[in-house]
Design a protein. Structure first.
Length: 213
C-alpha cells in the first residue's frame, strides 16, 4: 500500500477538516470530484468534507480550485487508484487532538461552532511538537480538568490557552491557579467527562468489531 505524504506547510494552515480534505485530495488525484466522493475516501460525512475543502481551497488553491457545478477541480494531486486512506502519525495525532478540542468546546458553548484561526493552528502544531510523549488519554484528562476549573473563559481562542493545557493534567485549578480541594469541579466538567468517556467506549467497541468509520 502506498503512503500519502502530508506536507506540513499545507496542514499548518487548516483545521482537522482541512487535513481530512487534503488526504482525500491526495488519494483521488487530479480530476473533478464531488464532495461526496471525497468524503467517501476518508470515511467522513459530506458536510465535514465541504468545510474542509473550502478551507483547503483558501489555504492551498494549487491543490483545490473553487467548486464548479457540484465538483471540485483538483490539480497537482497524487493519483492513487486504490484510494489509500493512510494518514501519517503526525497528521492522525493532530486530528485526534482537534477532535477532542472540538467536542469539549461545542459541549460547553452550546450552539457555537468550533472554529480555528491560523494562530490556533500554529499553536496546536507547536504544542504537539513540544509534547510528543503526551498520550491522548492524558490530554483528554487535562482538557476535562480545565473545564472543571474556576474562571475558565469558555469561548477563549485555542491559541490563547492550549500552551498551558498540561497545567491541568493532575487536577482542576481554582481561580488563583491552585489545585482545587479534592479535585472538585463543576457540572460542566462532569458532563464533558461523561461524554468523552462515552466516546472512548464507542471507539473501543468499533475497533473491537473491526469496523472502519
Amino acid at each position: 500500500m502506498a503512503e500519502i505524504i502530508i506536507h506540513s506547510e499545507v496542514i499548518d494552515q487548516v483545521s482537522y477538516r482541512g487535513v481530512l480534505a487534503y488526504v482525500a485530495v491526495q488519494a483521488l488525484g487530479d480530476g473533478r470530484w464531488t464532495t461526496s466522493q471525497l468524503a467517501n475516501v476518508v470515511s467522513c460525512n459530506s458536510s465535514l468534507m465541504l468545510e474542509g475543502m473550502q478551507e483547503l481551497n483558501a489555504a492551498a488553491p494549487e491543490y483545490v480550485h473553487k467548486q464548479e457545478k457540484g465538483k471540485w477541480p483538483l490539480g497537482n494531486g497524487v493519483a492513487d487508484p486504490d484510494k489509500v486512506q493512510i494518514l501519517d502519525d503526525k497528521a492522525n495525532r493532530r486530528i485526534e487532538f482537534l477532535d477532542d478540542m472540538k467536542l469539549a468546546y461545542e459541549h460547553v458553548n452550546k450552539g457555537l461552532p468550533f472554529t480555528m484561526s491560523a494562530a490556533d493552528g500554529l499553536a496546536v502544531n507547536r504544542w504537539l511538537k513540544q509534547n510528543k510523549e503526551v498520550t491522548r488519554e492524558e490530554w483528554r484528562k487535562a482538557l476535562k480538568n480545565r473545564y472543571k476549573s474556576e474562571g475558565v473563559v469558555k469561548t477563549q481562542a485555542l491559541h490563547m490557552w492550549v500552551g498551558r493545557l498540561l497545567e491541568y493534567l493532575e487536577a482542576p485549578l481554582d481561580r488563583f491557579g491552585k489545585t482545587m480541594a479534592n479535585g472538585v469541579g463543576g457540572k460542566v466538567g462532569a458532563a464533558i467527562d461523561t461524554e468523552i468517556n462515552n466516546r472512548s467506549a464507542r471507539e473501543a467497541a468499533v475497533a473491537a468489531a473491526g469496523v472502519n468509520l
